[in-house]
Design a protein around this ligand. Sequence first.
Ligand SMILES: [Zn+2]
Length: 456
Amino acid sequence: MRPATFCIHGHFYQPPRADPFTGKVPREPDAAPYTNWNERITAECYDPLARRGLFGRISFNLGATLARWLDEYAHDTYERIVAAERAVYQAHGAGNGLAQAVHHTILPLARRRDKICQVRWGIASFTHRFGHPPEGMWLPEMAVDLETLEVMAAEGVRFTVLSDQQVRGDLTDGAGPYRVRLPREREIAVFVRDRALSDALAFGMPAPEDTERWLREQLEWRCGRGGLVLIATDGETFGHHHRQGVEVLERILDGAAAIGCPPVSLGTYFREHPPQAEVEVVENTAWSCAHNLNRWALGCPCTPGDGRWKAALRRALDNLTSELDEVYACEAQRLGLEPWPLRDAYIAVVLGQVSGQAFLSGNGLGHLTSDQARRLLWLLEAQFYRQRMYASCTFFFEDLDRHEPRYAIANAVRALALTRYATGEDLTAGFRRDLRLAVSWRTGRSGADILDEILQ
Ligand SMILES: [Zn+2]
Protein backbone atom coordinates (compact mmCIF):
# COMPACT_ATOMS: atom_id res chain seq x y z
CA MET A 1 0.00 0.00 0.00
CA ARG A 2 1.32 3.45 -0.85
CA PRO A 3 1.79 5.72 2.17
CA ALA A 4 -1.18 8.00 2.78
CA THR A 5 -0.85 11.56 1.58
CA PHE A 6 -3.09 14.42 0.73
CA CYS A 7 -3.29 17.33 -1.70
CA ILE A 8 -5.53 20.35 -2.12
CA HIS A 9 -5.53 21.82 -5.61
CA GLY A 10 -6.98 25.32 -6.07
CA HIS A 11 -8.20 26.49 -9.48
CA PHE A 12 -7.67 30.26 -9.38
CA TYR A 13 -9.49 31.99 -12.15
CA GLN A 14 -11.39 35.13 -13.00
CA PRO A 15 -13.07 35.78 -16.31
CA PRO A 16 -11.51 38.60 -18.32
CA ARG A 17 -13.31 41.83 -17.43
CA ALA A 18 -11.30 44.49 -19.22
CA ASP A 19 -12.88 46.43 -22.07
CA PRO A 20 -11.23 44.98 -25.21
CA PHE A 21 -10.78 48.48 -26.63
CA THR A 22 -9.33 50.28 -23.60
CA GLY A 23 -7.84 47.35 -21.67
CA LYS A 24 -9.39 48.81 -18.49
CA VAL A 25 -11.71 46.98 -16.11
CA PRO A 26 -14.91 49.04 -15.81
CA ARG A 27 -16.31 49.97 -12.38
CA GLU A 28 -18.47 47.11 -11.04
CA PRO A 29 -20.87 48.60 -8.46
CA ASP A 30 -21.89 45.21 -7.03
CA ALA A 31 -18.26 44.68 -5.93
CA ALA A 32 -18.46 47.61 -3.47
CA PRO A 33 -16.66 48.72 -1.38
CA TYR A 34 -14.09 47.75 -4.04
CA THR A 35 -13.98 49.19 -7.55
CA ASN A 36 -14.33 45.81 -9.26
CA TRP A 37 -14.56 42.09 -8.46
CA ASN A 38 -10.89 41.41 -9.12
CA GLU A 39 -9.97 43.93 -6.41
CA ARG A 40 -12.48 42.53 -3.99
CA ILE A 41 -11.50 38.88 -4.47
CA THR A 42 -7.83 39.83 -4.22
CA ALA A 43 -8.48 41.40 -0.82
CA GLU A 44 -10.59 38.47 0.40
CA CYS A 45 -8.69 35.56 -1.09
CA TYR A 46 -5.55 35.92 -3.23
CA ASP A 47 -3.74 38.37 -1.00
CA PRO A 48 -4.33 36.65 2.37
CA LEU A 49 -3.47 33.25 0.87
CA ALA A 50 -0.27 34.69 -0.57
CA ARG A 51 0.68 36.50 2.65
CA ARG A 52 0.26 33.34 4.71
CA GLY A 53 2.45 31.38 2.30
CA LEU A 54 -0.39 29.03 1.34
CA PHE A 55 0.37 29.09 -2.40
CA GLY A 56 3.50 27.15 -1.52
CA ARG A 57 1.57 24.49 0.38
CA ILE A 58 -1.15 23.53 -2.10
CA SER A 59 -1.20 22.76 -5.83
CA PHE A 60 -2.73 25.44 -7.97
CA ASN A 61 -3.28 26.86 -11.41
CA LEU A 62 -3.54 30.58 -11.99
CA GLY A 63 -5.64 31.57 -15.01
CA ALA A 64 -3.83 33.75 -17.52
CA THR A 65 -6.30 36.64 -17.41
CA LEU A 66 -6.16 36.70 -13.63
CA ALA A 67 -2.36 36.40 -13.60
CA ARG A 68 -2.10 39.32 -15.98
CA TRP A 69 -4.43 41.44 -13.87
CA LEU A 70 -2.64 40.60 -10.62
CA ASP A 71 0.71 41.38 -12.20
CA GLU A 72 -0.54 44.83 -13.13
CA TYR A 73 -2.84 45.82 -10.27
CA ALA A 74 -1.82 43.69 -7.26
CA HIS A 75 1.81 43.21 -7.98
CA ASP A 76 2.91 42.30 -4.43
CA THR A 77 0.37 39.49 -4.34
CA TYR A 78 1.43 38.34 -7.79
CA GLU A 79 5.09 38.32 -6.79
CA ARG A 80 4.35 36.28 -3.67
CA ILE A 81 2.43 33.67 -5.67
CA VAL A 82 5.18 33.34 -8.27
CA ALA A 83 7.92 33.23 -5.63
CA ALA A 84 6.07 30.51 -3.70
CA GLU A 85 5.84 28.30 -6.79
CA ARG A 86 9.45 28.87 -7.76
CA ALA A 87 10.59 27.99 -4.22
CA VAL A 88 8.70 24.66 -4.39
CA TYR A 89 10.26 23.99 -7.79
CA GLN A 90 13.73 24.69 -6.49
CA ALA A 91 13.26 22.59 -3.37
CA HIS A 92 11.68 19.54 -5.04
CA GLY A 93 12.63 19.72 -8.71
CA ALA A 94 8.90 19.76 -9.47
CA GLY A 95 6.68 22.78 -9.11
CA ASN A 96 3.24 22.95 -7.51
CA GLY A 97 1.78 25.12 -10.29
CA LEU A 98 -0.17 23.77 -13.25
CA ALA A 99 -0.62 25.56 -16.55
CA GLN A 100 -4.09 26.26 -17.90
CA ALA A 101 -5.46 26.47 -21.44
CA VAL A 102 -5.01 30.17 -21.79
CA HIS A 103 -8.47 31.58 -22.48
CA HIS A 104 -10.40 29.09 -20.38
CA THR A 105 -12.01 27.66 -23.52
CA ILE A 106 -14.14 24.51 -23.29
CA LEU A 107 -11.56 22.64 -25.34
CA PRO A 108 -13.63 19.63 -26.50
CA LEU A 109 -15.93 22.12 -28.26
CA ALA A 110 -13.02 23.85 -30.03
CA ARG A 111 -11.54 22.89 -33.39
CA ARG A 112 -8.24 21.05 -33.29
CA ARG A 113 -6.04 23.98 -34.30
CA ASP A 114 -7.61 26.09 -31.53
CA LYS A 115 -6.98 23.31 -29.02
CA ILE A 116 -3.32 23.31 -30.06
CA CYS A 117 -3.12 27.09 -29.82
CA GLN A 118 -4.80 27.28 -26.41
CA VAL A 119 -2.51 24.57 -25.02
CA ARG A 120 0.66 26.10 -26.51
CA TRP A 121 -0.31 29.56 -25.30
CA GLY A 122 -1.08 28.15 -21.85
CA ILE A 123 2.33 26.48 -21.63
CA ALA A 124 4.10 29.61 -22.88
CA SER A 125 2.24 31.82 -20.37
CA PHE A 126 3.10 29.51 -17.49
CA THR A 127 6.77 29.31 -18.46
CA HIS A 128 6.90 33.08 -18.86
CA ARG A 129 5.55 33.67 -15.37
CA PHE A 130 7.09 30.85 -13.34
CA GLY A 131 10.42 30.47 -15.12
CA HIS A 132 10.14 26.74 -15.83
CA PRO A 133 7.88 24.67 -18.08
CA PRO A 134 4.78 23.07 -16.53
CA GLU A 135 4.37 19.33 -16.12
CA GLY A 136 0.64 19.46 -15.49
CA MET A 137 -2.19 21.39 -17.12
CA TRP A 138 -5.62 22.25 -15.79
CA LEU A 139 -8.53 21.74 -18.18
CA PRO A 140 -11.08 24.59 -18.04
CA GLU A 141 -14.16 23.22 -16.23
CA MET A 142 -12.35 19.86 -16.45
CA ALA A 143 -14.02 19.57 -19.88
CA VAL A 144 -12.31 16.65 -21.54
CA ASP A 145 -12.11 14.63 -24.72
CA LEU A 146 -9.35 12.40 -26.05
CA GLU A 147 -8.27 14.82 -28.77
CA THR A 148 -7.62 17.54 -26.16
CA LEU A 149 -5.58 15.15 -24.03
CA GLU A 150 -3.68 13.97 -27.09
CA VAL A 151 -2.85 17.57 -28.04
CA MET A 152 -1.66 18.22 -24.48
CA ALA A 153 0.50 15.08 -24.46
CA ALA A 154 2.02 16.06 -27.82
CA GLU A 155 3.03 19.39 -26.27
CA GLY A 156 4.80 17.66 -23.39
CA VAL A 157 2.09 17.91 -20.72
CA ARG A 158 2.49 14.91 -18.42
CA PHE A 159 -0.70 15.06 -16.34
CA THR A 160 -4.05 16.71 -15.72
CA VAL A 161 -6.81 16.50 -13.11
CA LEU A 162 -10.28 15.03 -13.61
CA SER A 163 -13.20 14.30 -11.32
CA ASP A 164 -14.06 10.73 -10.34
CA GLN A 165 -17.27 10.69 -12.40
CA GLN A 166 -15.23 11.43 -15.54
CA VAL A 167 -13.23 8.22 -15.57
CA ARG A 168 -14.06 4.52 -15.82
CA GLY A 169 -11.97 1.82 -14.24
CA ASP A 170 -10.59 0.51 -11.00
CA LEU A 171 -9.93 3.48 -8.71
CA THR A 172 -8.38 1.56 -5.83
CA ASP A 173 -5.23 3.65 -6.29
CA GLY A 174 -7.15 6.62 -4.86
CA ALA A 175 -6.34 9.82 -6.71
CA GLY A 176 -3.82 7.95 -8.85
CA PRO A 177 -2.22 9.14 -11.02
CA TYR A 178 -3.62 6.77 -13.65
CA ARG A 179 -2.44 6.24 -17.20
CA VAL A 180 -4.82 7.10 -20.07
CA ARG A 181 -4.06 5.74 -23.53
CA LEU A 182 -4.58 8.25 -26.31
CA PRO A 183 -4.81 8.32 -30.10
CA ARG A 184 -1.55 8.43 -32.07
CA GLU A 185 0.19 6.08 -29.60
CA ARG A 186 0.33 8.77 -26.93
CA GLU A 187 -0.55 8.65 -23.26
CA ILE A 188 -1.10 11.06 -20.40
CA ALA A 189 -1.60 10.68 -16.66
CA VAL A 190 -4.69 11.86 -14.80
CA PHE A 191 -5.10 12.59 -11.14
CA VAL A 192 -8.65 11.84 -10.03
CA ARG A 193 -10.13 14.14 -7.45
CA ASP A 194 -12.47 12.91 -4.75
CA ARG A 195 -15.60 14.79 -5.71
CA ALA A 196 -17.50 14.07 -2.50
CA LEU A 197 -14.62 15.28 -0.36
CA SER A 198 -14.01 18.32 -2.58
CA ASP A 199 -17.69 19.24 -2.29
CA ALA A 200 -17.66 18.60 1.45
CA LEU A 201 -15.03 21.30 1.77
CA ALA A 202 -16.31 23.73 -0.88
CA PHE A 203 -19.97 23.58 0.15
CA GLY A 204 -19.71 22.48 3.78
CA MET A 205 -16.73 24.52 4.91
CA PRO A 206 -16.30 24.04 8.69
CA ALA A 207 -15.71 26.86 11.15
CA PRO A 208 -12.01 27.21 11.97
CA GLU A 209 -12.50 25.75 15.43
CA ASP A 210 -14.21 22.69 13.89
CA THR A 211 -11.37 21.90 11.51
CA GLU A 212 -9.92 19.11 13.64
CA ARG A 213 -13.27 17.35 13.77
CA TRP A 214 -13.64 17.84 10.02
CA LEU A 215 -10.23 16.23 9.45
CA ARG A 216 -11.15 13.23 11.57
CA GLU A 217 -14.58 12.78 9.97
CA GLN A 218 -13.69 13.50 6.37
CA LEU A 219 -10.01 12.86 5.80
CA GLU A 220 -8.80 10.30 8.30
CA TRP A 221 -10.72 7.26 7.03
CA ARG A 222 -9.97 8.15 3.42
CA CYS A 223 -6.27 8.30 4.22
CA GLY A 224 -6.57 4.91 5.90
CA ARG A 225 -6.76 3.38 2.41
CA GLY A 226 -3.26 4.64 1.57
CA GLY A 227 -2.20 6.54 -1.54
CA LEU A 228 -3.13 10.06 -2.48
CA VAL A 229 -6.37 11.76 -1.48
CA LEU A 230 -7.10 14.76 -3.72
CA ILE A 231 -9.36 17.72 -3.17
CA ALA A 232 -9.67 19.99 -6.20
CA THR A 233 -11.89 23.03 -6.07
CA ASP A 234 -12.08 26.70 -7.00
CA GLY A 235 -9.32 28.60 -5.23
CA GLU A 236 -11.81 31.36 -4.43
CA THR A 237 -13.48 28.91 -2.03
CA PHE A 238 -10.86 30.08 0.44
CA GLY A 239 -11.67 33.59 1.64
CA HIS A 240 -14.11 34.71 -1.05
CA HIS A 241 -16.90 32.10 -1.09
CA HIS A 242 -16.22 31.38 2.58
CA ARG A 243 -14.78 34.19 4.64
CA GLN A 244 -13.21 31.75 7.12
CA GLY A 245 -11.73 29.66 4.28
CA VAL A 246 -8.18 31.02 4.47
CA GLU A 247 -7.88 30.10 8.10
CA VAL A 248 -9.55 26.72 7.58
CA LEU A 249 -7.19 25.90 4.72
CA GLU A 250 -4.20 26.69 6.90
CA ARG A 251 -5.55 24.56 9.74
CA ILE A 252 -6.29 21.65 7.39
CA LEU A 253 -2.76 21.75 5.99
CA ASP A 254 -1.33 21.94 9.51
CA GLY A 255 -3.59 19.21 10.86
CA ALA A 256 -3.39 16.67 8.03
CA ALA A 257 0.09 15.52 8.98
CA ALA A 258 -1.08 14.93 12.55
CA ILE A 259 -3.61 12.32 11.33
CA GLY A 260 -0.94 10.59 9.24
CA CYS A 261 -1.78 12.20 5.92
CA PRO A 262 0.84 14.88 5.17
CA PRO A 263 0.17 17.33 2.31
CA VAL A 264 2.08 16.99 -0.96
CA SER A 265 1.93 18.81 -4.29
CA LEU A 266 0.75 17.05 -7.44
CA GLY A 267 4.07 17.72 -9.16
CA THR A 268 6.10 16.10 -6.40
CA TYR A 269 3.73 13.17 -6.07
CA PHE A 270 3.83 12.58 -9.82
CA ARG A 271 7.63 12.43 -9.74
CA GLU A 272 7.63 9.89 -6.93
CA HIS A 273 4.66 7.80 -8.02
CA PRO A 274 4.32 7.41 -11.78
CA PRO A 275 1.05 5.84 -12.90
CA GLN A 276 0.67 2.10 -12.55
CA ALA A 277 -2.99 1.41 -13.27
CA GLU A 278 -4.95 2.56 -16.29
CA VAL A 279 -8.36 4.20 -16.58
CA GLU A 280 -10.59 5.30 -19.44
CA VAL A 281 -11.83 8.84 -19.80
CA VAL A 282 -15.54 9.53 -20.26
CA GLU A 283 -15.38 12.00 -23.13
CA ASN A 284 -17.31 15.27 -23.32
CA THR A 285 -17.76 15.56 -19.61
CA ALA A 286 -16.94 18.39 -17.20
CA TRP A 287 -16.93 18.93 -13.45
CA SER A 288 -19.80 21.42 -13.46
CA CYS A 289 -22.29 19.99 -15.96
CA ALA A 290 -23.63 16.44 -16.18
CA HIS A 291 -25.14 16.99 -19.65
CA ASN A 292 -22.38 16.31 -22.18
CA LEU A 293 -21.04 19.87 -22.14
CA ASN A 294 -24.43 21.28 -23.13
CA ARG A 295 -24.05 23.95 -20.50
CA TRP A 296 -21.68 25.59 -23.02
CA ALA A 297 -23.29 24.34 -26.24
CA LEU A 298 -27.05 23.85 -26.49
CA GLY A 299 -28.27 24.79 -23.01
CA CYS A 300 -29.11 22.30 -20.24
CA PRO A 301 -30.97 22.10 -16.91
CA CYS A 302 -27.88 23.39 -15.04
CA THR A 303 -29.14 26.93 -15.71
CA PRO A 304 -32.74 28.17 -15.39
CA GLY A 305 -34.76 29.65 -18.24
CA ASP A 306 -34.62 29.15 -22.00
CA GLY A 307 -31.02 28.23 -22.84
CA ARG A 308 -31.43 28.24 -26.61
CA TRP A 309 -29.48 31.49 -26.85
CA LYS A 310 -26.35 29.44 -26.15
CA ALA A 311 -26.56 27.45 -29.39
CA ALA A 312 -27.42 30.58 -31.38
CA LEU A 313 -24.56 32.59 -29.89
CA ARG A 314 -22.12 29.74 -30.41
CA ARG A 315 -23.19 29.43 -34.05
CA ALA A 316 -22.71 33.17 -34.54
CA LEU A 317 -19.23 33.03 -33.02
CA ASP A 318 -18.33 29.90 -35.00
CA ASN A 319 -19.46 31.45 -38.29
CA LEU A 320 -17.50 34.61 -37.55
CA THR A 321 -14.50 32.49 -36.59
CA SER A 322 -14.59 30.69 -39.96
CA GLU A 323 -14.61 34.02 -41.77
CA LEU A 324 -11.88 35.62 -39.65
CA ASP A 325 -9.72 32.52 -40.00
CA GLU A 326 -10.13 32.50 -43.75
CA VAL A 327 -9.08 36.14 -44.04
CA TYR A 328 -6.07 35.56 -41.79
CA ALA A 329 -5.03 32.28 -43.46
CA CYS A 330 -5.32 33.83 -46.96
CA GLU A 331 -3.12 36.76 -45.99
CA ALA A 332 -0.55 34.49 -44.32
CA GLN A 333 -0.46 32.09 -47.25
CA ARG A 334 -0.14 34.95 -49.72
CA LEU A 335 3.06 35.84 -47.86
CA GLY A 336 4.20 32.21 -48.03
CA LEU A 337 3.58 31.52 -44.32
CA GLU A 338 2.07 28.66 -42.32
CA PRO A 339 -0.76 30.51 -40.58
CA TRP A 340 -1.37 28.34 -37.54
CA PRO A 341 2.18 27.77 -36.24
CA LEU A 342 2.73 31.51 -36.70
CA ARG A 343 -0.36 32.20 -34.59
CA ASP A 344 0.87 29.76 -31.92
CA ALA A 345 4.18 31.63 -31.75
CA TYR A 346 2.39 35.02 -31.51
CA ILE A 347 1.89 34.46 -27.74
CA ALA A 348 5.38 35.98 -27.35
CA VAL A 349 3.91 39.32 -28.48
CA VAL A 350 0.84 38.91 -26.24
CA LEU A 351 3.14 38.30 -23.26
CA GLY A 352 5.24 41.34 -24.14
CA GLN A 353 8.38 39.25 -24.68
CA VAL A 354 8.97 40.82 -28.09
CA SER A 355 7.58 43.69 -30.13
CA GLY A 356 5.47 42.93 -33.18
CA GLN A 357 8.29 43.95 -35.48
CA ALA A 358 10.85 41.82 -33.63
CA PHE A 359 8.41 38.90 -33.75
CA LEU A 360 8.16 39.15 -37.52
CA SER A 361 11.94 39.44 -37.93
CA GLY A 362 12.46 36.49 -35.60
CA ASN A 363 10.15 34.41 -37.78
CA GLY A 364 12.07 35.21 -40.97
CA LEU A 365 9.67 38.00 -42.00
CA GLY A 366 12.01 40.96 -41.76
CA HIS A 367 11.64 41.44 -45.51
CA LEU A 368 7.94 42.37 -45.38
CA THR A 369 7.08 45.91 -46.41
CA SER A 370 5.80 48.03 -43.54
CA ASP A 371 2.32 47.78 -45.04
CA GLN A 372 2.43 43.98 -45.19
CA ALA A 373 3.84 43.80 -41.67
CA ARG A 374 1.15 46.05 -40.24
CA ARG A 375 -1.62 44.07 -41.95
CA LEU A 376 -0.30 40.76 -40.70
CA LEU A 377 0.08 42.00 -37.12
CA TRP A 378 -3.48 43.34 -37.13
CA LEU A 379 -4.79 39.98 -38.30
CA LEU A 380 -2.76 38.12 -35.67
CA GLU A 381 -4.15 40.46 -33.02
CA ALA A 382 -7.65 39.75 -34.36
CA GLN A 383 -6.94 36.05 -33.77
CA PHE A 384 -6.15 36.80 -30.13
CA TYR A 385 -9.51 38.54 -29.62
CA ARG A 386 -11.48 35.97 -31.57
CA GLN A 387 -10.12 33.25 -29.28
CA ARG A 388 -11.07 35.26 -26.24
CA MET A 389 -14.73 35.17 -27.38
CA TYR A 390 -14.80 31.54 -26.30
CA ALA A 391 -13.99 31.97 -22.60
CA SER A 392 -16.18 29.38 -20.88
CA CYS A 393 -18.02 32.07 -18.90
CA THR A 394 -19.60 33.35 -22.14
CA PHE A 395 -21.94 30.34 -22.02
CA PHE A 396 -21.80 29.36 -18.35
CA PHE A 397 -24.65 31.43 -16.92
CA GLU A 398 -28.39 31.48 -17.50
CA ASP A 399 -28.89 34.42 -19.81
CA LEU A 400 -27.54 36.20 -22.86
CA ASP A 401 -28.21 39.71 -21.58
CA ARG A 402 -25.50 39.88 -18.97
CA HIS A 403 -21.88 40.83 -18.72
CA GLU A 404 -20.14 37.64 -19.94
CA PRO A 405 -21.84 37.11 -23.34
CA ARG A 406 -21.63 40.85 -23.92
CA TYR A 407 -17.91 40.58 -23.30
CA ALA A 408 -17.63 37.86 -25.97
CA ILE A 409 -19.45 40.07 -28.47
CA ALA A 410 -17.18 43.00 -27.56
CA ASN A 411 -14.14 40.86 -28.32
CA ALA A 412 -15.72 39.92 -31.64
CA VAL A 413 -16.16 43.63 -32.38
CA ARG A 414 -12.48 44.16 -31.67
CA ALA A 415 -11.51 41.29 -33.99
CA LEU A 416 -13.84 42.68 -36.69
CA ALA A 417 -12.29 46.14 -36.39
CA LEU A 418 -8.73 44.83 -36.67
CA THR A 419 -9.67 42.77 -39.71
CA ARG A 420 -11.23 45.84 -41.30
CA TYR A 421 -8.07 47.89 -40.66
CA ALA A 422 -6.01 45.12 -42.27
CA THR A 423 -8.09 44.31 -45.33
CA GLY A 424 -10.86 46.91 -45.63
CA GLU A 425 -13.32 44.04 -45.39
CA ASP A 426 -16.24 44.49 -42.99
CA LEU A 427 -17.71 41.19 -41.76
CA THR A 428 -20.14 42.81 -39.29
CA ALA A 429 -23.35 42.35 -41.30
CA GLY A 430 -23.23 38.54 -41.30
CA PHE A 431 -22.36 38.47 -37.62
CA ARG A 432 -25.27 40.78 -36.77
CA ARG A 433 -27.65 38.57 -38.78
CA ASP A 434 -26.54 35.47 -36.85
CA LEU A 435 -26.75 37.31 -33.53
CA ARG A 436 -30.42 38.19 -34.10
CA LEU A 437 -31.21 34.52 -33.43
CA ALA A 438 -29.68 34.67 -29.95
CA VAL A 439 -32.36 36.18 -27.70
CA SER A 440 -32.43 36.81 -23.96
CA TRP A 441 -35.37 35.08 -22.31
CA ARG A 442 -35.30 37.66 -19.53
CA THR A 443 -35.18 40.95 -21.42
CA GLY A 444 -36.04 39.98 -25.01
CA ARG A 445 -32.89 41.68 -26.27
CA SER A 446 -30.96 39.88 -28.98
CA GLY A 447 -27.24 39.51 -29.57
CA ALA A 448 -27.66 41.99 -32.43
CA ASP A 449 -29.02 44.58 -29.96
CA ILE A 450 -26.00 44.03 -27.75
CA LEU A 451 -23.69 44.31 -30.75
CA ASP A 452 -25.24 47.60 -31.83
CA GLU A 453 -25.02 48.97 -28.33
CA ILE A 454 -21.29 48.18 -28.26
CA LEU A 455 -20.79 49.75 -31.69
CA GLN A 456 -22.49 53.02 -30.71
ZN1 LIG B 1 -25.64 20.76 -17.48
